[in-house]
Design a protein around this ligand. Structure first.
Ligand code: PMP
Length: 289
């Protein structure tokens, strides 16, 4: 096989590079009927790959599509795909569905014939543990009444993109986004935690943000290690007064927050512990096989 930093499985074959897949008559092209998920491969590990493969199917169903693959098939393909890369590179694993047909200005045709699938893998260096800085965004997460917030849909991301641009213009790497009620929801691309007096808090899911797979994993690992981890309604003020803030997401796992607007913070011990626990858990999974 040729050397390529990107491989895509589509319609029964693996293609290198960036193959054209969507035509001008495709519903996805016109009305953004796309869903995706993201998992990681690094050091021979693909933590929670099964959950990411299940979620992409749930996202497709939420958007009115009909998944054409089982989660197990997607997982097997992903493991096949990683063998096309050098053993030591870190990879982003992105399964996707999109719709070919639908009504103008409307939802997709919910049939398997209209639903297309691709699995894209590309090299993406791991930056686990790298710190981030956050500013409170003027843009909010959509409420469940105004968007399909239970799907990991491409159409939900331009708003996060605008929040990132706003954050960068202010000199920050990411945005802390609020929900429709003005409480903290998540960051522009990850879930968020705070620590106060030894207790770990994270926003309670209210269908305005993605309650991530890494978030659940980190909560479980911290609890197992004896931490008091609570889901709560959290204000910006709560975060401003936090002893420690960190983010969770499949891409970077755990990222300490070192600045929230004008407040400087240290990369703290709980974030460090969460990342260590995550890496130990992921490594143990492989050695158990
Ligand atoms: N929120 C948003 C908006 C995201 O894009 C992501 C990354 N998928 C997350 C949270 C973290 O979710 P997960 O841990 O499932 O990757």
């Amino acid at each position: 096989a040729p050397r390529s930093p990107t491989w895509t499985y589509v319609d029964g074959q693996w293609l290198p590079g960036n193959p054209p897949l969507i035509g001008p008559t495709s519903h996805a092209m016109w009305l953004a009927s796309t869903v995706f998920d993201g998992a990681r491969w690094f050091n021979g590990l693909a933590p929670d790959l099964d959950l990411h493969c299940k979620r992409v199917n749930r996202s497709a169903i939420s958007m009115g599509m009909k998944p054409t693959m089982t989660p197990e098939e997607i997982e097997q393909l992903a493991l096949e795909g990683v063998t096309k890369f050098d053993g030591n590179v870190a990879i982003y694993i992105k399964p996707m569905y999109w719709a070919e047909h639908g009504m103008p200005g409307s939802i997709v045709a919910p049939d398997a014939a209209s639903t297309r699938f691709a699995l894209c893998l590309f090299e993406a260096p791991m930056d686990a543990g790298a710190s981030v800085t956050l500013t409170v965004s003027s843009l909010r997460r959509p409420s469940p009444e105004t968007a399909m917030t239970d799907a990991k849909a491409g159409s939900l991301y331009p708003n996060s993109g605008r929040a990132i641009l706003e954050a960068r213009a202010r000199g920050f790497s990411g945005a802390l986004m609020l929900d429709m009620n003005g409480n903290v929801a998540e960051t522009s691309s990850a879930n968020v935690f705070m620590v106060k007096d030894g207790v770990v808090f994270t926003p309670v899911p209210n269908r305005t943000f993605l309650a991530g797979i890494t978030r659940s994993r980190v909560m479980g690992l911290l609890r197992q290690a004896g931490f008091d981890v609570r889901e709560a309604t959290l204000s910006v003020q709560d975060f401003r007064e936090a002893d420690e803030i960190f983010c969770s997401g499949n891409y970077s796992k755990v990222s300490p927050v070192t600045k929230l607007d004008d407040r400087e913070l240290q990369a703290g011990p709980v974030a460090r512990k969460a990342l260590d626990l995550y890496m130990e858990w992921a490594t143990d999974l492989v050695s158990e096989e």
